[in-house]
Design a protein around this ligand. Structure first.
Ligand code: UGA
Length: 438
């Protein structure tokens, strides 16, 4: 079989699945995306995506147009596929820290029922260690001639297409050479570009993913802890981060101090990891992640304290402008967004909060209809008694502070992301506050 003859299904067409499906089709494979949500499938079939991700809309539309990429709600339509990528979500359960495996378990049953002999199910979802071995055993019960491998995904929102087409490494958890060979066919173009290839067993492959996200979360909380110390001691965390980042063993990336990490991955992944460690009797090893989570959540409170310090303890009736709702720029994702969390808490304290975001206002309004939303930066800050910069979109970094000053009631800004040019804002006559900068 030549690799282009491989037929691929992608089960779950959310963020990860839609990106993976479009990228696999762009490499020349025939790809069918499967999802239980008929509305989502109808949209994708038209070549449209239900969220914002730079470059993915065009790529997906092109692939649908080419005929290589189709979508369905029926598992029977993918029965002749050679490979089935499992890309369903694993959100945090509502009553604890663990990951909810309902969708993973259900899709394994569905795919198991139709998987042809010799086909390979490849898990990409982030799961608690031990899940892959359990799913493989279950798959073999249903069809002893199918197989299962684990191939974690490391894409970042905002760079999803680039990260999928040119990942910085490929990790494949397999139990035999044949599964690895099939995955080498799928990723032949990456292998040709010398992308590092790591073969692992199933539990290690699952662990690589949560270990990587835990490390990234730790790096962010580390610098936010240093920000707290800088505040107490009169230092400047942005200078500190720059200086330690020159040591290549430390590295300068992910040392941006501010309101911390959010999104659909880092927060829930570190919590699920702690929950799983406890089940394994190894909870002590991950005790530090509890602290990472606390430091992260504390950063949000520190912004609210700054607001109180600059206005009054009693925020009732105060007009607060919030620039940014997405959990990070170049995304419309508001899951566990630090920016929105701060906005909602200030609103709950009685302030009148108006939010602006270039892409995430619709999802934000859906989640928190109590907030006010403005269509422009100027409208957002009109008569504001304080402005909070909480998601570092390029358009906010390019604001002319002098021009903006004419709209506000008080020229006070809190830079929650340490991304604005402080000197410029000070020169324009603003009171400038930032986390970790005395
Ligand atoms: C993260 C990982 O970076 C990906 O490698 C992984 O594949 C993905 O989760 C996943 O598990 O699916 P993502 O959620 O897109 O990707 O976001 P990040 O770029 O990691 O940013 C996470 C949060 O940390 C954002 O809220 C961001 O604003 C914050 N952050 C990031 C900081 O506060 N400081 C930094 O220096 C960097």
């Amino acid at each position: 079989m030549t690799s282009m003859a491989l037929k691929i299904s992608v089960i779950g067409t959310g963020y990860l699945g839609a990106t993976h499906a479009a990228c696999m089709a762009s490499l020349g494979f025939h790809v069918i995306g499967v999802d239980v949500d008929p509305a989502k499938i109808a949209l994708l079939q038209k070549g449209e995506i239900p969220f914002y991700e730079p470059g993915l809309d065009t790529l997906l539309a092109e692939q649908v147009q080419s005929g290589r990429l189709t979508f369905t709600t029926k598992f029977s339509d993918v029965a002749d596929c050679d490979i089935h990528f499992l890309c369903v979500g694993t959100p945090q359960v509502t009553d604890g820290l663990a990951a909810d495996l309902t969708f993973v378990n259900a899709s394994l049953e569905e795919v198991g029922a139709i998987a042809k002999d010799g086909s390979l199910v490849v898990g990409k979802s982030t799961v608690p260690v031990g899940t892959a071995a359990r799913l493989r055993a279950r798959l073999l019960e249903i069809n002893p001639k199918a197989d299962l491998a684990w191939n974690p995904e490391f894409l970042r929102e905002g760079f999803a297409v680039e990260d999928t087409l040119h990942p910085n490494r490929l990790v494949v958890g397999v139990t035999n050479d044949r599964a690895e060979e099939i995955l080498k066919e799928v990723y032949a173009s990456n292998i040709a570009e010398n992308t590092p290839w790591v073969r692992a067993d199933l539990p290690t492959a699952e662990l690589v993913k949560v270990a990587a996200n835990s490390f990234l979360a730790t790096k962010i909380s580390f610098i936010n802890a240093m920000a707290e110390i800088c505040e107490a001691a009169g230092g400047d965390v942005t200078v500190l981060a720059k200086a330690i980042g020159y040591d290549p063993r430390i590295g300068s990336r992910f040392l941006q101090a501010g309101i911390g990490f959010g999104g659909g991955c880092l927060p829930k992944d570190i919590r699920a990891f702690m929950a799983r460690a406890e089940e394994l009797g190894a909870s002590q090893a991950l005790e530090f992640l509890r602290e990472i989570d606390s430091i992260n959540l504390r950063a949000r409170q520190r912004v609210i304290e700054l607001v109180r310090r600059d206005l009054t303890e009693d925020l009732r009736g105060k007009k607060v402008a919030v620039l940014g709702a997405a959990f990070k720029p170049d995304s419309d994702d508001v899951r566990d967004s630090p920016a929105l969390d701060i906005a909602v808490q200030i609103q709950a304290a009685g302030a009148i909060v108006t939010v602006h975001d270039p892409k995430a206002m619709e999802p934000a309004a859906k989640r928190f209809p109590v907030l006010n939303f403005a269509q422009s930066i100027e409208e957002c800050v009109q008569d504001a008694e304080i402005v909070l910069h909480l998601t570092e979109w390029k358009m906010y970094r390019e604001i002319d502070p002098l021009a903006l000053k004419s709209y506000v009631a008080n020229a006070i800004i809190i830079d929650g992301r340490n991304a604005l040019d402080r000197e410029k804002w000070l020169e324009a006559g603003w009171k400038f506050r930032a986390l970790g900068r005395a």
